[in-house]
Ligand binder design. Sequence first.
Ligand code: ATP
Length: 479
Amino acid sequence: MANDQVKFQAIIAHCKEYGFIFPSSEIYDGLSAVYDYGQNGSELKKNIRDYWWKTMTQLQDNIVGIDAAIFMHPTTWKASGHVDNFSDPMIDNKDSQKRYRVDHLIEGFADELEAAGKKEEATTLLATMDSLLAQNDFEGIKNLIEEKKIRCMISGTANWSDVRQFNLMFSTQLGSVSDEASEIYLRPETAQGIFVNFLNVQKTGRLKIPFGIAQTGKAFRNEIVARQFIFRMREFEQMEMQFFIRPGTQKEWYQYWKDVRMKWHLSLGIPAEKYRFHDHVKLAHYADAACDIEYEFPIGFKEVEGIHSRTDFDLKNHQEYSRKKLTYFDTELNQHYIPYVIETSIGLDRTVLMILSEAYQEEDLSTADKKDSRVVLKFPPKLAPIKLAILPLVKKDGLPDLAKKILADCRGHFRCFYEEKDTIGKRYRRMDAIGTPFSVTIDYQSLEDQTVTIRHRDSMQQERIPVSKIREIVEKEIL
Ligand code: ATP
């Protein structure tokens, strides 16, 4: 499935109808590329975050978690390169929504010309580009791209937006008196909160290299093209881990984390063919190797996670700008050095979208004499917002009493949902639509023999089980 806009739109509509995701401040017609998570979406998101956190900290020997502030000293973003490097002239391909730094786009085209033996044309092109950029002549740059018929490598089209000089960081003022207030930024990535705390954590945790620091939290980017639901937001959440290593060992650790992270993705029950690695050819200024893990969304293969070998770029720069020593003493080597870093950086919202895309299914349940269908979200049970629906068949004759006893027994262990209204068939469908893996129905027989009917979401199979077994059955599936 290359590009299934119909499915993508159906998922967006479903998310709104069933309390997963709403446009932010919708009563005021929303705010572009900003979304709110509803009662089911926030549970799903939290479960994904918790699963990542558990596998990346609790189940690791040498990785600890932190929670750094969103606001950071403004020099942080000088040192990290964001003040200078996050503000390039950009152009977007309207078909693929891929954004390019215009110099990268033109340089790439010049490389192609050279490879085709047109060295002179390539040199002239680069000289023209340099002169236009020097004059900030963005219209001229766009004309140049169009004149040369430079195409987007993803969509293959030359359908370009205007060129804009754009720093993706949001800024605001710290302090109440405007002329004394200083400009600070909303962090565009969580990673820098880890770098600036590197020594605090290493020393107080008495950590020895190799070790990692993990963090989840909000990041903000003033994205120009932001039309793909929660795939590209202006306020989003990242789950990042910086792994500090000896210089010279980055190749092995880069490969190690590529493998570990891919295994994590596969542990979500998503088939391997829905993933691929995309190696970066043109590397960011801080990296000596980088790749993306891409998932096949309904809108095509797109990045969910980045794995970057960041060398000592960040720590070295923070040491230089802060004039504080950020070296580590390696007792085995008897040597001080600035550690190298492998980063794994995954977007939580993109992971939510990935899980939703994978789970969403429209099933035709028609039989010879009856048309029927359902929309079901086949979430891995551990990620489902609600694990168990407790449904008394009728709201009288003591059935709700037994149902509430079951609720009292289970709700401290996992999230339950209790409902008395409507036919049981309608209630099952609603649970399918929000991805609840188990429903139990309490009927008259339950009062006699303390058994209930448990219904499995995916197979729709029903079986009779003792009330005393409910917790065990659900817990086995959600751990
Ligand atoms: P893209 O090329 O799609 O803009 P990126 O390469 O700039 O992404 P990174 O800086 O590597 O992204 O950030 C790590 C992860 O954070 C990405 O893999 C993605 O999952 C997530 N992410 C980045 N920008 C956004 C955004 N605007 N909205 C939602 N998630 C984002």
